[in-house]
Design a protein around this ligand. Structure first.
Ligand code: TYD
Ligand code: MG
Length: 484
């Protein structure tokens, strides 16, 4: 068995806390204009911005070693203390894609672009309680099982709490080394002494560096801690995972600023009342973004869901009016989702427009188009649109399904349950083509759908015989075909 002895924090020698970093001093720097102040103040005197000052450390400049002050382009000569770096040719740089570590949790590896790139820093963001700690503990267990020593530093939970969680996840988590600590210097020193290949810090909002006065979780602390972890990752070649809590309003509490520091940003989303969770890459230096991985939260932790469409289509009651299915493209992966619309007689006052998982302004636009081009008036109706399963419809390719669902609800006529709708709706009521229609159709066929309504001009050529492609030019034409 590998030993990554985790010393008690009190036993970590002082000297190992020092990473050769020069003594630092702190300043309060304006995040808007960059002006420095020695004390915090509410308003920046330079640019007038309120609440923009953030505590930061600055390393003192290395004392110039006298000598000539003539510089070419600001470069320091050897005599002045500069050092010469090695400049290998690109083709000589070792390493390849094959070096990625697979965790064996397929959905996780997929979102990262095929596995973890050793030495990278990965931020896992998400609302509290969504399952970030669970996911990372499972990842840690798998990495340990693959022979990559892992240190899980938790600032949120005691070793016992983490153990209780690990027990629910099965035996494999037992070998992960634990550290319950919030002091970043201690975490780094412990990690440097134990030398794991993977360091997990849960969460960045609970750790702090003693070099800054601010409380853990404030922007200055979070940025500084993240920057130090990044430096540690790059200098030691350790893969670092950092958990970041996201507030309801979005944005990792305070630091959107974290995103540019790290290599990869994964967001863990979902309704905490629903079982499934979606892991989404929003930044990836080593893979494509917007790829998603889907998980189900069970008693034994998170389980990858290999076929997301199945999950989102699971509870569909096909014979109700106001339900339409579309095929979204999540990264490179098509996913079928159900859209529900309900148009009901409004009470007094302005009718309501409520959209969940769909942009409210886009809904207003579609309602106007339906009114003007297809003669469907919603003036006296409350309108509710819901993308089922907590998914979000961001691409305009879902317009046609939303329009069909709305019309279906107004006429109170159910849509064919084996049909999907794929197309953008323009202001003239015209149906526009979408990207990669063939892949969407392929997914629909996989899921047993028999009919696809698409823009006439964008009918994909190479598709299975089992599916009928119905080209429509306008929403009027679509409604004629559906409800005539
Ligand atoms: P957690 O990973 O603690 O969330 P985060 O770190 O993002 O705050 O997940 C918390 C939720 O997950 C909690 O409500 C319990 C639930 N859970 C399960 O349903 N099954 C499990 O096996 C585990 C470990 C947690
Ligand atoms: Mg947690």
């Amino acid at each position: 068995m590998r030993r990554s002895a985790i010393a008690r924090t009190s036993e970590v020698p002082e000297s190992s806390l020092d990473f050769g970093m020069p003594k630092t001093k702190t300043v309060y720097r304006c995040t808007e204009c960059g002006a420095d102040y020695s004390k915090w103040q509410g308003r920046c005197d330079t640019c007038g911005e309120w609440n923009a000052l953030v505590e930061e450390t600055i390393a003192p400049k290395v004392a110039a070693s006298g000598g000539s002050s003539r510089r070419i382009g600001g470069a320091r000569s050897l005599a002045e203390g500069g050092s010469v770096a090695v400049t290998p040719r690109l083709r000589d740089v070792k390493g390849s894609n094959a070096q990625r570590w697979k965790t064996g949790i397929d959905e996780f590896d997929f979102v990262l672009g095929g596995g973890i790139v050793p030495g990278s820093m990965i931020l896992v963001g998400g609302e509290p309680g969504i399952g970030k700690s669970t996911l990372l503990l499972q990842v840690a267990a798998r990495l340990e099982a693959e022979g990559h020593a892992t240190l899980y530093a938790s600032g949120e939970e005691s070793a016992l709490q983490v153990k209780l969680r690990a027990d629910r996840l099965g035996d494999s988590a037992g070998d992960v080394s634990l550290l319950s600590e919030t002091n970043l210097e201690t975490i780094l020193a412990t990690s440097a002494a134990a030398g794991p290949e993977v360091l997990i810090v849960d969460s960045i909002q609970t750790v702090f560096t003693a070099d800054l006065e601010g409380a853990p979780g404030n922007v200055g602390q979070v940025r500084e801690c993240a920057a130090r972890l990044m430096r540690y990752a790059k200098e030691s070649g350790t893969t670092v995972f950092v958990v970041g809590h996201v507030t309801k309003g979005g944005g990792i509490a305070g630091p959107k600023t974290l995103e540019h520091i790290v290599d990869t940003v994964l967001y863990f989303e979902g309704e905490s009342t629903l079982d499934h969770r979606v892991l989404r890459a929003t930044k990836n230096r080593f893979g494509s973004v917007d790829e998603i991985g889907v998980f189900r939260m069970t008693e034994q932790g998170l389980e990858p869901v290999a076929n997301p469409s199945e999950l989102f289509m699971g509870d569909r009651t096909s014979h109700a009016s106001g339900s339409a299915v579309t095929a979204l493209l999540e990264g490179t992966r098509p996913v079928l989702v159900e859209i529900q619309a309900l148009a009901a007689k409004a009470g007094f006052g302005t009718p309501q427009r409520v959209a969940t998982g769909f942009d409210g302004r886009r809904l207003a636009l579609l309602l106007a188009v339906l009114d003007k081009r297809a003669g469907l008036s919603f003036a006296q109706l409350d309108v509710f649109v819901n993308v089922v399963g907590g998914m979000r419809l961001v691409e305009p390719s879902g317009d046609l399904a939303v329009a069909a669902a709305l019309a279906s609800s107004v006429y109170d006529r159910a849509l064919p349950s084996d049909a999907i709708f794929v197309g953008e709706v323009g202001l003239g009521g015209e149906v526009r083509t979408v990207s990669q229609a063939d892949r969407r159709v392929a997914e629909a066929t996989n899921m047993g759908m028999k009919r696809v309504y698409v823009a006439e001009r964008g009918i994909p050529k190479r598709v299975s015989r089992d599916v009928e492609l119905i080209g429509v030019r306008t929403i009027q034409e679509l409604f004629r075909r559906l409800f005539a």
